[in-house]
Design a protein. Structure first.
Length: 319
């Protein structure tokens, strides 16, 4: 059995795919398997996968009709044979010591269940390092969840991380969500972890593509899914009764996010096609009605009250 299983969803990335696959094959730690799941690509991506499978026995290729990245990753989880799993986006690539440094970190302590590294943001062949600390950090699961909810020091991406596979025994990506799907599960995975190791060394290269739906700027659906991910995180904290001293701060952050989304949508000329989003966000932020004026300030306190009591008037102000 391989030590590490790489799960790589593939969809119409013929330009980027060879570099991604070769960067994984070139790892200094080579007891790995690479699971390439071709999600119904209409370009040459599927053929590229097959070519590399012939060249290296560590590669397994699965072809399927297009079902989205969540379903694709779930297939990868089910097929993975390694003790550890790592997700790589097929338009990204990794340094040749990526596996080595993540394994070294996760093996420092038997209680470390997740390790992750910093990353380069690559755009037009230029790269910028994303880093928050000067030295490596080890977090308990609650601290990890808190930083994940803030989405700054720990980003809500599954890529760039190494997980003990057992963490995914009962967790799968939501197949009705193909934006911010990482955000919908990472906090649950972190909750099951005992310790999380944050490596400051960048070893993952995140490719910013202008032709990608993820990087194509603001969109109502993407913003809505981002709100949903954060909303579900705050409900989870309540359910598990954790981070009680941080809940008010995080719920205020989500209330603001929800109100900003509502404001943005009602300013749009075609806002009526997004009324289902507006109505759902209005309904969901009722969960934060317990927040008092001293928790969130006078502006958001009264915005929240007006949205729920006189939304037509509120929407006219913004239109």
């Amino acid at each position: 059995m391989p030590t590490v299983s790489f799960i790589v969803p593939v969809y119409n990335v013929e330009t980027y795919l060879p570099k991604c696959i070769e960067s994984i094959l070139d790892q200094t730690f080579n007891d790995i398997e690479i699971i390439l799941i071709d999600d119904g690509s209409t370009d040459n991506s599927g053929n590229i996968c097959d070519k590399y499978q012939i060249q290296d026995s560590r590669i397994q290729v699965i072809h399927q009709n297009n079902q989205g990245v969540s379903h694709t990753r779930n297939i990868g989880i089910e097929q993975a044979k390694g003790k550890y799993i790592s997700f790589i986006d097929s338009d990204d690539f990794v340094s040749n010591n990526y596996t080595e440094i993540l394994l070294k970190a996760i093996n420092r302590d038997t209680e470390i269940d997740i390790s992750f590294c910093e990353y380069y943001i690559v755009k037009d062949d230029l790269s910028v390092v994303h880093t928050m600390n000067s030295s490596d950090m080890i977090y308990d699961n609650e601290t990890g969840i808190y930083l994940l909810c803030q989405d700054k020091e720990i980003k809500n991406y599954v890529w760039g991380k190494l997980f003990k596979k057992e963490l995914f025994a009962s967790i799968r990506f939501p197949e009705d969500r193909n934006m911010c799907e990482d955000m919908a599960i990472l906090y649950k995975v972190f909750y099951l972890a005992r310790k999380i190791y944050h490596i400051q060394t960048p070893a993952y290269y995140y490719q910013v593509r202008t032709d990608s739906s993820i990087n194509s700027g603001w969109s109502p659906v993407k913003a809505y899914h981002y709100f949903l991910g954060g909303f579900e995180q705050t409900l989870f904290l309540r359910e598990k009764n954790i981070l009680r001293n941080k809940q008010t701060k995080l719920e205020y952050m989500l209330l603001r996010r929800g109100i900003h989304l509502i404001n943005h949508l009602i300013e749009m000329k075609d806002y009526r096609q997004y009324e289902y989003i507006i109505n759902d966000v209005i309904e969901k932020i009722k969960a934060y009605d317990n927040l008092q004026i001293y928790d969130i300030g006078i502006v958001y306190y009264f915005k929240n009250k007006i949205i729920h009591s006189a939304f037509k008037t509120y929407s006219l102000i913004y239109r």
